[in-house]
Design a protein around this ligand. Structure first.
Ligand SMILES: Nc1ncnc2c1ncn2[C@@H]1O[C@H](COP(=O)(O)OP(=O)(O)OP(=O)(O)O)[C@@H](O)[C@H]1O
Length: 358
């Protein structure tokens, strides 16, 4: 899967005046349309890394390229218009309405009133807060989760190709957090925005990230790989420590039931129990097997898209599926450390080939 590099960090270092080295020799590239989750223990340099991309923090050395252009040569204000930024406590202007908050960057760009109003309504719709109810409210008239969504809408106002998110769901309770994560996934898939998401929560990273970059103290890159590869094959003891317990159960929620995991449908004991779907998450398949009555002999029917029974699955089959997924993750070539800055394949015109439907 070849994809264009949108952001490239090239041996970036940040030493603060205090002598603290927050980031050391970090090289990392972010591909178009992907969500790269940046994780690691507290103080490892995640926020500093993010803030160097939009020049809220200047790197001490190294280069950061946005679409091939060194950001240190860009006008910081113009740069920030190309990069949306969402932080944990949102930072909405308290004395401005929701509409005026979202219209901040369009206002700076001199959009006319009609265009701005239409865009605000569109964005409110996108984040599930209808303009008729919310446009004229002030931030203090919103719940924490609603404020968070307005923060996302504001960051997306001028349709920036890149969105930086720093613990965007950190301040909300776990149940609502889950809801916001699902909403974020929908919005990201709809807009195709390239995202760097900082989180200290490995579950959030595994759920939302196309790839996970694990940093250790001093902003050192320990591993960058798909969530399954990080969970199944942690590249170092530090990554293993960061993941903590429960890697296998996390993997269950990432891997899916495939045809190769199934036995024949003829082994299903009648009356057949409720089936699971081909492509279901292994967690769901596992729950279905665990809930079987003794008479089912530990075997659940599996149905295809049309609802036809295509085979049967047991707990052994689920374990096999887990191993298969872990092996496949180890074989994914673009996850291999050190290939991050590899040349992109080029088409006949020399332009980078992207997998985006354009
Ligand atoms: N402006 C600053 N001046 C001096 N040191 C700083 C500054 N900002 C961050 N640091 C230090 O740099 C290191 C990395 O901080 P950073 O905020 O990037 O970490 P983080 O991984 O985002 O942490 P957390 O998960 O706790 O938010 C820390 O040791 C921090 O104290």
């Amino acid at each position: 899967m070849a994809s264009r590099t949108v952001i490239e960090l090239d041996t970036v270092r940040k030493e603060f005046g205090s002598g603290t080295v927050a980031v050391e020799g970090l090289s990392l590239s972010v591909r178009e349309h992907e969500v790269l989750a940046l994780v690691g223990p507290s103080g490892c340099g995640k926020s500093t890394t993010l803030r160097m991309v939009n020049r809220l923090v200047e790197p001490t050395s190294g280069r950061i390229l946005l679409d091939g252009e060194d950001v240190t040569n860009s006008n910081p204000v113009a740069l920030r218009r190309r990069i949306g930024y969402v932080i944990q406590n949102v930072g909405l202007f308290p004395h401005r309405t929701v509409e005026a908050n979202i219209a901040t960057v369009p206002g700076l760009l001199g959009w006319d009133r009609r265009r701005t109003r239409a865009r605000v309504a569109e964005l409110l719709d996108l984040v599930g807060l209808p303009a008729a109810t919310y446009a004229k409210r002030y931030p203090h008239e919103l719940s924490g989760g609603e404020r968070q969504r307005i923060g996302v809408a504001r960051a997306l106002a001028t349709d920036p190709p890149v969105l930086l998110m720093d613990e965007p769901f950190g301040a909300v309770d776990p149940e609502f957090r889950r809801h916001l994560q699902t909403e974020f996934q929908r919005i990201q898939q709809e807009t195709g925005t390239t995202v760097i998401l900082v989180t200290h929560d490995i579950d959030e990273a595994a759920r939302l990230g196309d790839r996970i970059a694990v940093l250790s103290r001093g902003g050192k890159l320990e591993q960058v790989a798909s969530p399954l590869a990080v969970l199944a094959h942690p590249a170092s003891e530090r990554v293993r420590d960061f993941i903590g317990d429960g890697a296998a159960s996390r993997m269950l929620s990432l891997a899916r039931v495939e045809t190769t995991d199934l036995d024949g449908a003829d082994r299903i004991v009648q009356p057949a129990p409720a089936p699971v779907r081909l492509g279901a998450r292994l967690t769901d398949a596992f729950e279905a097997v665990a809930a079987l009555p003794a008479s089912a002999m530990g075997r659940v029917p599996v149905v295809g898209e049309t609802g036809d029974v295509v085979g049967s699955l047991t707990a052994d089959g689920i374990l096999g599926a887990l191993r298969r997924a872990a092996d496949a993750a180890a074989d994914t070539p673009w996850d291999a450390p050190g290939t991050e800055t590899a040349e992109e394949p080029a088409d006949a015109d020399g332009a980078a080939v992207t997998d985006a439907a354009s």
